[in-house]
Design a protein. Structure first.
Lengths: 177, 230
């Protein structure tokens, strides 16, 4: 399984875990970018504080995953296809609730993506890092959903699933399934 | 392209340790004087029966022990939530809906782990973890305020989430990694709700019971050791 990544800045040909990790880094950096660009719309102190923290978390996630890519030749940047996909939405957001809704959706999608990735990663360090990050993306979703007054039954169901995961083929990676 | 490291030797060491603890646990179960409260007795149901199926190989046996230990933990969590929901303090502080919702999640986790254990060829564990139950019984009388309750349950969730995360990478069947994190991820979400409520009641406690890790990455998991309390 080898793939040339058009969705991120990596030009290396990667396979297996490395390709998947490269994809995940691209997503993390793209979501961090969205947090940065949307910060101007947030006004309530709690939302501003949480979003600033979560923005930094995504950068930390990317760094942790990049550490697993050491020596692979990968140099991933924000997933361009995801950012392009979100560009139109970002332009029409006008208030805090709209921004929080977008961020909430992204966090849920990221959590589902890590759950999906755990079914594909084969190396223990990569599996463990993905598991750690999965928990935090879900926590972000709960916090953002709470700001949006979503009911608890919507924020937490019995099992984290893969519904809504960010399909690599939709974001420039055609070989990861 | 350099492959990622694979800690094979660690796994072999773990297998040996787990097989030893399996034997120890069998002895413990036989000699236990009184059974701990069960999730069934606390109002939840169990849908699986005890079926002994010969395990296929040592690696599978490791998987089974991990699943059994997690199952006992989830039965404990479900039961303890239900028990706390029955305390006077839960009614006084309006926590009952939250506690019953989370109890249901844990009961669902326990049932799923029973099924997974059975599918792996092991005997299902339908009882709450004995060690944790014993410790919790001593703590329950001290829960007199909403913050007491929330902090206690935050600890339950932290242990649960850590245990599932700790098991990732230890299974011989890689499909179990996603399965257990489908559970562990939910328990981390519980922590966010509990931590946020603690902070809302007493902001000074936010650092001790964080709704999410400040760094964005949780600390190394310190979960229940395989076989303990079975």
């Amino acid at each position: 399984m080898a793939g040339v990544h058009t969705g991120t800045a990596s030009t290396a040909v990667l396979s297996g875990d490395l390709a998947l990790l490269d994809y995940l880094v691209g997503l993390e950096l793209a979501v961090a970018t969205v947090y940065g660009e949307g910060a101007r719309l947030l006004t309530s102190p709690a939302a501003v504080s949480a979003a600033a923290a979560f923005h930094a978390h995504h950068a930390a996630h990317a760094a942790a995953l990049v550490a697993l890519l050491a020596g692979s030749g990968a140099s991933p940047g924000p997933n361009r296809d995801l950012l392009t996909n979100l560009a139109a939405s970002l332009q029409v957001l006008t208030d805090e609730n709209a921004e929080l809704s977008l961020l909430y959706s992204l966090e849920e999608e990221l959590a589902a993506t890590y759950e999906w990735a755990l079914g594909r990663l084969t190396g223990t360090p990569a599996q463990q890092e993905a598991a750690a990050i999965l928990t935090v993306e879900g926590q972000h979703a709960v916090a953002l959903g709470t700001f949006l007054d979503k009911p608890l039954s919507e924020l937490i169901v019995s099992f984290q699933g893969v519904t809504g995961y960010l399909v690599p083929a939709d974001f420039g990676i055609t070989t990861l399934g | 392209v350099k492959p990622l490291p694979r800690p094979v030797s660690r796994r072999r060491v773990l297998q040996a340790a787990l097989l030893s603890s399996l034997a120890a646990c069998s002895t413990h179960r036989t000699h236990r004087a009184a059974p701990p409260p069960t999730s069934t007795s606390l109002g939840t149901t169990s849908t699986t029966s005890l079926v002994e199926i010969p395990v296929r190989d040592p690696a599978t046996r490791v998987d089974i022990l991990l699943l059994q230990t997690s199952g006992s933990l989830e039965h404990y969590a479900s039961g303890i939530y239900t028990q706390v929901a029955g305390l006077d303090v839960a009614g006084r502080t309006g926590l009952i809906p939250l506690l019953t919702a989370f109890a249901t999640h844990h009961a669902d986790h326990a049932a799923a782990l029973e099924t997974a254990t059975l599918q792996a060829g092991g005997r299902t564990v339908t009882q709450p973890n004995a060690m944790l139950s014993e410790a919790a019984m001593r703590l329950l009388p001290g829960l007199t305020s909403a913050v007491d309750v929330l902090e206690f349950l935050y600890g339950v969730e932290l242990l649960s989430a850590s245990t599932h995360r700790q098991n990732v990478g230890l299974f011989s069947d890689p499909g179990h990694n996603g399965f257990v994190m489908g559970i562990g991820g939910v328990e981390a979400r519980h922590m966010t709700v509990l931590g946020s409520r603690i902070a809302a009641l007493d902001e000074a406690q936010r650092g001790a019971w964080p709704p999410w890790p400040a760094s964005g990455l949780p600390p190394p998991p310190a979960g229940l050791q395989p076989g303990v309390g079975l």
